[in-house]
Design a protein. Structure first.
Length: 172
């Protein structure tokens, strides 16, 4: 049977990829074999070469900041926090980069400017203003319109709101 399959492949499907050759052999010509069997036959006869797996991108590990309050990561986590026993919500988290400590956790219905403003107010009352916030590319933290960057301050509404708050004195 392998000889017959090989003849079919060489005669009619030599320039086919693995998936298409398997499909033709099983659906059109009625052979009963797995895709893995076709793969092995095609590799042995050098009719098909497996693609090499792409190397995952290398991300250089960034060193943590030296002092508490230099950099605070803020992010929202969408999760079924109450396991269907309560309303759906987002947990906003504030994490100090130097220590890894959770500094503020705040549940909100949606990841919005107002939710981050309220959570930030609680954070500022307890710790003051950090040197910098680090966030993902959520729309609250990202300017998406070119003219805003060119004509305005380049800050988001959230950035403008916290830029007027004075620096705290808890740093190194």
């Amino acid at each position: 049977m392998v000889k017959q399959i090989l003849d079919f492949i060489k005669e009619k499907f030599e320039d086919f990829g693995l998936m298409l050759a398997h499909e033709e052999l099983t659906e059109v010509h009625g052979f009963r074999l797995s895709r893995e069997s076709v793969r092995k036959i095609m590799i042995e006869e050098e009719l098909w070469q497996p693609k090499r797996a792409k190397k995952p991108p290398f991300h250089q590990i960034r060193e943590r900041r030296a002092c508490f309050g230099e950099l605070v990561q803020i992010d929202g986590s969408d999760h079924d926090w109450f396991e269907k026993r309560g309303p759906k919500c987002i947990l906003l988290g504030y994490i100090d980069d130097a220590t890894g400590k959770l500094l503020e956790l705040w549940f909100v219905p949606e990841e919005t400017f107002f939710g981050y403003s309220e959570a930030s107010r609680h954070y500022f009352e307890r710790y003051g203003k950090p040197v910098a916030f680090y966030s993902d590319k959520h729309g609250i933290f990202r300017v998406n319109q070119e003219q805003t960057i060119c004509l305005g301050s380049g800050l988001t509404q959230f950035g403008r709101a916290i830029s007027g708050i004075g620096h705290s004195d808890y740093l190194c």
